[in-house]
Structures are given as C-alpha cells and as structure tokens.
Design a protein around this ligand. Sequence first.
Ligand code: RRO
Length: 312
Amino acid sequence: ISTETTLAGYHFDNCFMNAAGVYCYDAAELNQVQASMAGTFVTKSATVMPRSGNPEPRYQPTRLGSINSMGLPNEGLPYYLDYVSQQQKAVPDKTYFQSITGFNIEEDEQLLAQISASDFKGVVELNLSCPNVPGKPQTGYDFEMVERILTRVFTVYHGPLGVKLPPYFDIVHFDQMAAILNQFPLAFVNSVNSIGNGLKIDVATERVVIKPKHGFGGIGGDYIKPTALANVHAFYQRLNPAIQIIGTGGIKSGQDAFEHILCGASMVQVGTALQKEGPIIFERLTRELQTSMAQKGYTKLSDFRGKLQYLD
Ligand code: RRO
C-alpha cells in the first residue's frame, strides 16, 4: 500500500510533510524532518531580513490543539536557500519546499529574485496568511491585494509556486478567491493556515496563555479540522485541475489525513501534532493511513483522492 504522491510534476515517496512553522526554523530542526518518514520538508516562512519574532511565551499547546503568535521568527531567506542547496546535493532525488513571505509586493519580488538567482530547484510556497504580525493584516483576506501580488509574482518568477491561504468561512469567499486563483499558473493551493486571532484563557489564573497581542493568536489542531476540510474541498471543487491542493489543519491521525485526501488533497501537512510528538509522528501517521486504505481495499491515494460523496 503506497502513500506516494505527485505535486507540481515532482514525485514524493510519502504524502506527509511538516507544515511551515513547525520543525523548520533552522538546520537542526529541518535535519530531523529530513531524517524522518516525511516525504519532504517546507522551511519556516523566510523574510528578506532575519527576524527574532514576538516575545515569549508565544506558542502553547492546548487540550484541543494549539495557539501561537510567533511573529515570523526566521533566519532570513539566504539561510534557508543555503540549507536547501546542501540537501539538494546530499539527497538529489527529493524535492523541497521553500516558504517565503514579504511584507509588501516589492519584498515578495525581492525574495523571488533571490530564489531565481540561486540554485534552488524545488517548489515555492508563498505565505499569504500570517495572522501574527502586529499591524499587518492577513493578505489572503484582501482579495484585490492577492490578485495584485499574483500578477507581479508570475511576471517575475517562472518556477513552480503555490500559495498558503488563510481559512475562509463563506461560500461567496470561496467563489471569489477561486476565481482569482484560476487566473494564474499556480502549482498548488495550501489550505489552511491557522485560524487567526483566537483567544485561549487559563481559568485558574484568569490570564491569557501567550504574551504577544494580549493573548490573541493563530489556532491549530482539532479545533480547525472541519474548517480545513471545507477549505480543501471548496477549492478542489472550484480550481482548475492543474492547481493541486495541499491539505493542512487538524491532522493528528492517519484517518485525518484520509479525510483531507478524500476532500481532494494531494499532499498533507502536519503542524500542531508534529510540534507535540516530534518527527517520529510520520511513522505512525503513515502506518495509520495505510491501515485506513487497506480496510477499504485501496492501494494508492488516487483510488480515493477527491472522491468525497454527497447525500444527493
Ligand atoms: O510566525 C507566525 O506567527 C505564524 C505564521 Br508566519 C503563519 O503563517 N501562521 C502562524 O500560525 N504563525
């Protein structure tokens, strides 16, 4: 029973990988994902300049998931391009993902120019959905801005590139965003980033649990799986079939991954559960997905990908 997949024309031995932001800050963390059963890795979203991010505590696991307001701590794009370049040489049969996020269109162009000028051969994930930089709105909720950014991006960059989107909560928003995305030669759409600006409270101390933004932060884990599945399937229904879907949100078991793939995902990313269990989790997830598939007589992901059934 195979969990291999194809994205942007590249083959991956396993459909599971980390979600950007988890186990991907530096070489030490990325090495652990690289050594695991994950099919590949994506780096932390890289900015033009290195950033230390928001004050700690800025990530807290909760009973049903996680809350974070990391604030985009990262080593800066050249660091990740150097790391990926080394991995491309060490393990040349794998394809890697570089996540990037600029603070405006000019920075997006600058990041893509740096990638073009490097020996990077992988896939770019443009993050349009960071919820945690004070004063900066989530780009994915500004539909005109998304269209402007993608117009510039595909003028200056010609390699495989996809976007990481925030969750949407209205059918009209799925329609409007899909109409914009369908104008561009995107390799993939990754749904979803964390649900922005939730609040977790510790009743005993009557306090918030993270320091930045008076405790407001992005929500991940069990809380967000139904929203993630809806976004994966809404875009699977609406996007040009050449635009593949990466499913992210609430995956902590093989069955969760099965559900994302049934909704149309070609690859699945793990955030909150990877943070909790570490990269060894990819062994369990892979085994559990294979068990789900075996019970249904499936031998490959394409036997059930996107084949969600309706009641009418
Ligand atoms: O670094 C973060 O605070 C962060 C980012 Br860039 C993101 O895209 N999603 C998230 O939950 N946290």
